[in-house]
Design a protein around this ligand. Structure first.
Ligand code: HEC
Length: 116
């Protein structure tokens, strides 16, 4: 009797542990307010040259699936840091947004770009 109750407790503890473990495996939460803000910044500043809905070229490359790709056109890997650098510095045909956008706006933009 005591034995089986112990076993049940053990089973319960194990499944609770598994649930916590599974919880940790889930993708990091996206903040919907931040993403919405990023979408606004994108429409204001980037949509002129970039399509968010496809990977087709407008003035610059379409950004659909950006963070699922491994490299940018310039050969750099796609990470938060390199995309942020790209936004800050611009490139041959893209203006620099270093002083145009606040760090918060850039955080929001990146959160939005990650959803594409
Ligand atoms: C005046 C047009 C223009 C605007 C505005 C612009 N871009 Fe670009 N962007 C480009 C062009 C063109 C390229 C391709 C590289 C080049 O030719 O300079 C590019 C490249 C990129 C890339 C690299 C994509 C890849 O696959 O290599 C990212 C990311 C990017 N832009 C993000 C943004 C974001 C975010 C904004 C808004 C803050 C923005 N761009 C605003 C023209 C623009």
């Amino acid at each position: 009797m005591i034995q089986s109750r112990r076993r049940m407790l053990l089973a319960l503890a194990l499944s609770a542990g598994l649930m916590v473990f599974a919880g940790c495996q889930r993708a990091p939460k996206v903040d919907p307010a931040l993403v919405a803000r990023g979408k606004m910044v994108f429409e204001d500043q980037c949509a002129l040259c970039h399509d968010a809905a496809t990977a087709e070229k407008k003035v610059g490359p379409g950004l659909k699936g950006l963070f699922q790709r491994s490299t940018m056109e310039n050969g750099k890997p796609i990470t938060e840091a390199t995309v942020r650098e790209n936004i800050d510095k611009g490139s041959e045909n893209m203006p620099s947004f270093k002083d145009t956008l606040t760090p918060e706006e850039k955080d929001a933009l990146i959160a939005f770009l990650k959803t594409l």
